[in-house]
Design a binder for this molecule. Structure first.
Ligand code: ZN
Length: 286
């Protein structure tokens, strides 16, 4: 089971990056605006406003987000890919940014590989283990706020609010390049609750763990919308008494996004999600 999950994770990571790069290279992300925030490419990174920088990875991995205030920086997640880490390190060096904090959303390996590289003397490291919900982390003249967002990793998961912009660096509880992976070392119920919480906060923009940043509304619609549609279909199958292995819910019936539907491996994740949802509903009915 663990190997299957690692394989699925690998596939997801590759796809997320491929799609992100495709979007960058086709200029889809040239300039986008979210409320007052502008998002454009800069120095191999995606610049959001003039103080948030998201890495986009050519080899296939997770988003790393750098927030800068008065020359001080906070890095959210420490990546997986060498080139990606280098682009970000170069940006930090070139702009003489003093890294103050590193915040790790969860300890899956694609989020922590370059932690040691970025962790210089005096850099404080935060993660699910040593933070509390609502905790404020100061960066320069600005504040970041921790939001507990369980539902993806067994050792808990946090997201980071960039308070001044109403932006959430969500980590892997939100993905925009793939269907959500349910039961990923945590409970589906927790993931649904987390997505509802995020929805209620009405973020202008969400930076997902994998995939392109999106308006908060669109990102939640994509993730929660999928889960809600899947739930409806599984409820119907349960009512009809269909055996779990016979439940057939095609991706097209639960997702609208063509890129996600055609993403390699999405079908297998969807099948796993059907099982997760089936047992969640079955146990709830006991
Ligand atoms: Zn990840």
């Amino acid at each position: 089971m663990k190997n299957k999950r690692s394989l699925a994770a690998g596939i997801i990571i590759l796809l997320a990056a491929a799609i992100a790069i495709y979007a960058l290279s086709t200029g889809k992300a040239a300039v986008n605006t979210f409320g007052k925030l502008k998002m454009e490419s800069k120095d191999g990174l995606l610049a959001i406003g003039d103080d948030v920088f998201v890495s986009a990875d050519p080899e296939g991995t997770v988003n790393m987000t750098l927030f800068v205030s008065q020359g001080k920086g906070t890095l959210i997640d420490a990546g997986f890919n060498e080139k990606q880490a280098k682009v970000l390190q170069d940006y930090i060096d070139k702009n003489k940014i003093e890294l103050q904090n590193i915040i790790i959303t969860h300890t899956h390996e694609d989020h922590i590989k370059y932690l040691e590289q970025f962790k210089k003397e005096g850099v404080e490291v935060f993660g699910p283990e040593n933070t509390e919900n609502g905790q404020v982390i100061v960066c320069g003249a600005d504040e970041l706020r921790i939001l507990d967002t369980p539902g993806h990793a067994s050792d808990n998961h946090i997201s980071v609010e960039i308070v001044k912009h109403g932006v959430l660096a969500a980590g892997d509880v939100v993905t925009t390049s793939f269907v959500p992976s349910m039961g990923y070392g945590s409970s589906t119920e927790a993931l649904i609750n987390t997505l509802e919480t995020i929805k209620g906060k009405k973020y202008a923009l969400i930076i997902p763990g994998h995939g392109m940043p999106m308006s908060g509304k669109a990102a939640i619609e994509l993730n929660l919308g999928y889960i809600e549609k899947l739930k409806k279909s599984v409820v119907k199958a349960l009512q009809e008494g269909t055996a779990v292995q016979k439940i057939d819910i095609p991706l097209q019936s639960v997702v609208d996004d063509d890129a996600i539907i055609s993403a390699k491996g999405a079908d297998a994740v969807n099948k796993n999600n059907i099982r997760e949802m089936y047992y969640l509903l079955k146990n709830a009915n006991k």
